[in-house]
Every structure is written in C-alpha cells, then in structure tokens.
Write a protein that binds this ligand. Structure first.
Ligand SMILES: NC(=O)c1ccc[n+]([C@@H]2O[C@H](COP(=O)([O-])OP(=O)(O)OC[C@H]3O[C@@H](n4cnc5c(N)ncnc54)[C@H](OP(=O)(O)O)[C@@H]3O)[C@@H](O)[C@H]2O)c1
Length: 330
C-alpha cells in the first residue's frame, strides 16, 4: 500500500523508522512526504533513510524534493492509497489538517490521523465524506494513545449497548494530581517539574483547564455514542483549583480526585470528580483509563499509556495495518 505522509515531525519520523524496519510493515511503501516547507514525491517509493537524514540535518524533507510544495498539491498529485495526516493540532479551525483530510478523502484516498483538530471541528462531515467516497477514515491515535479505545468500543457495541463513556483522558493532569496526592506538593511546583521532564507543555493551559480532555471526549461521543456534538457542548472545569489539601481530605474518605471526562445521552462534561480508591479509573502518573458503561456487560475499563510518540505510533500503525488488511492488494 502506498502512503503519503503529511507532517514529518516526531510522529512522521517515528513512522518512517518503523516502516524502515520492514518485518510486518514490509507492504507499506511511502510515496510522498510533505512538511511545512515542501516535500518529496516518488511513485517508486521514497528512500526513507535518506529522508530521515535530510530532515534531521536540514530541518525539512523539502531539501530532497520540492521547496514550497504544499500538502494539498501533494495529495492531489500523488497516487497514494492512504494519507497519514500528522500536522499540528488546531482546535479552533482544525487547519491545516482539516483541508488536508478533506482533500485526501475527496480524491478517494484513505486517511489515518493523530490530529484531534479536524475531528473536533468536523467529525460528522469527514465521516460522511469518507463513506460517500468508499474510503476509510481512522483516528485511533487521537484518543488514548496506545489504548485501543475506539476499536474496543466498536466490538462492545456490536453485541451490547454502550450507555456512556468516561475516563482519565489526559496524562499530564493525571501526573500532576498523582504527584500532588502522593507527595503533598503544590500544583505550581509539580507543573514546573513536569515541564522540565517534558511531560507538560510550556503552556499547559489546554491540559490544566480540561480542554484537551474535552476534545477527546467530543471525539469519543461522536464516534462511539453516535452523537453529533462540538466542543461548545461540553461543560468544562479544569484542575487549577484542586489543592493538595483537597486530595488529602478525599483520600481520608476513601477517594482520590481525577479529571474525568464523562459522556452519555444526557450530555458531556469534564470536571474533577471523586473516584473510589479501589476503582479501576484510579490510575497513577501519565496513564489514561477509559470506562464504558454497558447495558449487559455493566462496566469495562481499560488503561494504558495515553500519549508519547512510541505509544501514538503504535495506534497509527494499527490503523494503517487495518486499512491494508481490508484493501485489495496494491
Ligand atoms: N507526539 C505525540 O506524542 C502525539 C500524541 C498524540 C497526538 N499527536 C498529534 O499528532 C500530530 C503530529 O504530532 P507530532 O508530535 O509529530 O508534531 P510535530 O513534531 O510538531 O510535527 C508536525 C509536522 O507537521 C508539519 N507541518 C506543519 N504545518 C504543515 C503544513 N501546512 N503542511 C505540511 N506539513 C505541515 C511540520 O513541518 P515543519 O517540520 O516544517 O515545521 C512538522 O513536520 C499533532 O496534531 C499532535 O497533536 C501527537
């Protein structure tokens, strides 16, 4: 299967390294790579080792191809079967990823992405477009990193009814709350340390204020609860007012406090909630956990590493391999 990579940063390069290893990925051929400065197209397959070296040394793959080549031009010109969209997330406009995904689907190409922006802005539209063109649109990597939340939900929904979904969907805030609870540290101190360790962004507002969790909740609600909701439909309260004292009091009463995203037919909210200490959503550090409420099976919870390039790559590759498995040989 012929792949066109749009975005060649952490994840794009990680993907290229995995494909280079061959093995079970031997049927994946990269026929194009584009970053912000330009790109390279070759129907015979790109020399990935060289692309990685050029990207590392020159800061862009454009140096081995066409400076100024835009992703939209590349998507239109390329004969790729599948576009992997890996540009930065923008939750206000969805761009540039939204236009890239639209163009790919319109030109009959499957799409795999880890970019939340386009899904938060235009989930229903993109899903309809994919189905009208008879191509696949996969986005497992946008929620829960390596945890197969969306594929598990599909399986559960086939024999049961998912009544609701809730979870710890942001590793950064979970790390902060865990350390505040275990070490009695103030939020400011833990955030500074998390930034030094690369766990929190320079500007952690989207995490702390619960917006990242809300974006993931919107994707889950639209994809597995068959809702049609936007970010503005989520009532959001972040963790900024949670103190070490509150965590201590909660613990004395048999609870911890987690930033929980919750979605069911009644609505969507993100807020700090009390979680019993023995509940499977009580996970520590940067872990994520998602709990499905089901008509027959009652409750199923899964947890794992929700972010990070390696974990996210595993979800991207799983999506790509699923498209490959369901496509005629190409
Ligand atoms: N890294 C993770 O662990 C992780 C986890 C989950 C989800 N995600 C999401 O996955 C996506 C990719 O993440 P990443 O860590 O790989 O990001 P990254 O390292 O910042 O790389 C982004 C890439 O997109 C390119 N780009 C920006 N604008 C473009 C445009 N208009 N046309 C073509 N290429 C463009 C950049 O080009 P230049 O190199 O020229 O700037 C860069 O190569 C993001 O949406 C991120 O939120 C990441």
């Amino acid at each position: 299967m012929r792949l066109l990579l749009i975005g060649f940063g952490n994840l794009g390069r990680g993907l290229a390294r995995s494909i280079l290893e061959g093995g079970k990925f031997k049927d994946l051929k990269v026929v194009g790579i584009v970053d912000e400065r330009g790109g390279v197209l070759n129907d015979e397959g790109i020399e990935l080792r060289q692309a990685l070296e050029v990207a590392e040394s020159e800061g862009s793959v454009a140096k081995m191809g066409i400076e100024g080549l835009s992703a939209v031009e590349a998507i239109r010109e390329s004969d790729a079967d599948l576009v992997v969209e890996l540009t930065p997330t923008n939750i206000k406009t969805g761009e540039p990823g939204l236009t890239h995904i639209r163009t790919a689907l319109e030109t009959g190409k499957h799409v795999v992405t880890s970019n939340k922006g386009p899904l938060v802005i235009a989930f229903r539209e993109l899903q309809k477009l994919a189905s009208s063109k008879g191509v696949q649109f996969k986005y497992s990597a946008t929620v829960g990193g390596a945890i197969p939340v969306i594929s598990l939900a599909r399986r559960l929904a086939s024999g049961d009814e998912i009544l609701g979904v809730r979870g710890v969907l942001n590793g950064t805030t979970n790390y902060i709350l865990t350390r505040m609870e275990r070490e009695g540290l103030s939020q400011d101190v833990v955030i500074r340390e998390a930034q030094e360790l690369g766990i929190a962004e320079k500007d952690p507002t989207l995490d702390i204020e619960g917006i990242d969790t809300a974006c993931k909740l919107v994707i889950l609600a639209n994809s597995i609860l068959d809702m049609d909701v936007k970010l503005s439909d989520v009532k959001i309260t972040g963790i900024s007012r949670i103190s070490p004292e509150a965590l201590k009091l909660a613990r004395e009463a048999g609870y911890t406090i987690k930033l929980i995203g919750n979605a069911d037919k009644k609505g969507l909210d993100v807020r700090p909630r009390l979680v019993p200490l023995d509940h499977p959503l009580n996970i520590g550090g940067t872990l994520n956990a998602v709990s499905f409420r089901l008509r027959y099976a009652r409750e199923i919870t899964i947890s794992g590493f929700g972010a990070g390039p390696a974990e996210t790559s595993s979800a991207l590759l799983a999506d790509i391999m699923e498209v490959l498995a369901s496509s005629p040989a190409s």
